[in-house]
Design a binder for this molecule. Structure first.
Ligand SMILES: Cc1cc2nc3c(=O)[nH]c(=O)nc-3n(C[C@H](O)[C@H](O)[C@H](O)COP(=O)(O)OP(=O)(O)OC[C@H]3O[C@@H](n4cnc5c(N)ncnc54)[C@H](O)[C@@H]3O)c2cc1C
Length: 326
């Protein structure tokens, strides 16, 4: 591993300044992704700015908004009574991620910023436009079983790996950011990016910007929710396909639906058309099948991942059925 220095600022401003002044500096929170990347030689920051002393550990519900500080721990958030009561989809998604040990270290901000698990990105002997722009994409003509079926480009077909973020996308969260020019709020749908011609950029965070928290507005999705994760092993594996499904059902009518897929695109993949199709309909398996077809109309597959289309369709039907409890 390369030499690096380590600082643990006591103020947000000092943390932001330390990153802004130094191109090779990186924030570190739980370290569960960043340290792996450093050990594998994917990244070599010369300075680590530890943000764990900043007062960003709040979990509070006020004015009908849940606020999660950036350094709240995944396992704490998943188990918090406010989250379990008002945002059970988030709790389910968090518990589907990684392992208990990892969830005890991983933070809300770090989870959002974790990098793809594409094996070509991790293997520094292989070309990867995300790791080293301009070198090509090993996955496009390689083993692409885990890769994208939506929104890929001819530069990159990697997928976003987080479970938590799929629930946050479905729940219309907002990312709260502080930076050298002040604060701003980023709707979750605009936080992560598609690869296009700049696959090295996973998200729209600017230079020196620090995620300070995430907000989720209160919603009616407290009962009919289900996070389904399909993976190669029952734990400690990333999603081949995951579905965050939330329904607001009154009598025999769906008043509102929220659906997002994980493991299929460079960002959490919200299924707006399928949500619209379900609104006002009865929560029946037939309608869920139509929604699944609508949801996958724009899928484009590669040599080894065509199975993800029927897998996504079946997962959507199952997640919606479990959410509706039919
Ligand atoms: C074996 C293994 C299995 C896993 N399985 C899963 C899984 O199934 N599902 C899943 O979702 N995840 C999984 N993970 C990933 C895990 O969830 C992430 O590693 C974790 O969430 C990252 O959080 P962290 O706080 O440790 O981030 P760090 O490693 O500390 O940081 C990650 C990145 O975020 C940046 N960063 C951190 N905090 C901030 C902030 N506040 N503002 C701006 N930038 C910030 C850092 O600079 C770094 O670039 C797995 C990880 C491992 C090692």
């Amino acid at each position: 591993m390369n030499q690096f220095s380590y600082v643990r600022p006591a103020s947000q401003k000092a943390a932001i300044d330390a990153i802004f002044r130094d191109n090779t500096a990186r924030f570190i929170a739980g370290g569960t992704n960043l340290l792996d990347l450093m050990k594998n030689g994917v990244t070599a920051p010369e300075k680590l700015v530890d943000i764990n002393r900043l007062p960003l550990k709040d979990i509070r519900f006020s004015n009908n908004i849940l606020h999660l500080g950036a350094t709240t721990i995944n396992s704490e958030v998943a188990a918090h009574p406010l989250v379990k009561t008002h945002f059970p989809l988030l709790s389910q998604a968090l518990l589907a991620g990684a392992s208990q040990q990892l969830r005890n270290m991983a933070t809300t901000g770090g989870n959002m910023m974790q990098r793809t698990r594409c094996s070509y990105f991790y293997d520094i002997t292989m070309p990867c436009n995300k790791r080293s722009p301009g070198t090509g994409c090993g996955a496009i003509g390689g083993i692409n079983r885990m890769h994208a079926i939506f929104g890929a480009s001819d530069q990159c077909i990697a997928v976003h790996p987080s479970d938590m973020c799929i629930a946050l996308a479905a729940l219309d969260a907002t990312v709260i950011v502080a930076g050298p020019k002040g604060g701003r709020r980023i709707p979750f749908a605009d936080f992560h990016r598609l690869p296009g011609n700049t696959p090295e950029k996973d998200n729209n965070l600017g230079k020196g910007e620090l995620i300070t928290g995430v907000e989720i507005p209160a919603n009616p999705f407290t009962r009919h929710v289900y996070y389904l994760k399909v993976r190669d092993r029952a734990s400690y594996a990333f999603a081949l396909v995951s579905v965050a499904a939330a329904l607001d059902i009154s009598g025999s009518t769906i008043r509102q639906a929220r659906l997002a897929l994980g493991g299929v695109a460079h960002k959490p993949w919200r299924l707006y058309e399928a949500e619209k199709m379900l609104t006002g309909k009865a929560p029946t398996e037939e309608n869920f099948r139509i929604a699944a077809t609508v949801a996958t109309r724009s899928a484009a597959t590669f040599q080894h991942n065509a199975f993800k289309v029927p897998m996504a369709q079946n997962s959507i039907i199952t997640a919606l059925s479990k959410a509706a409890a039919i």
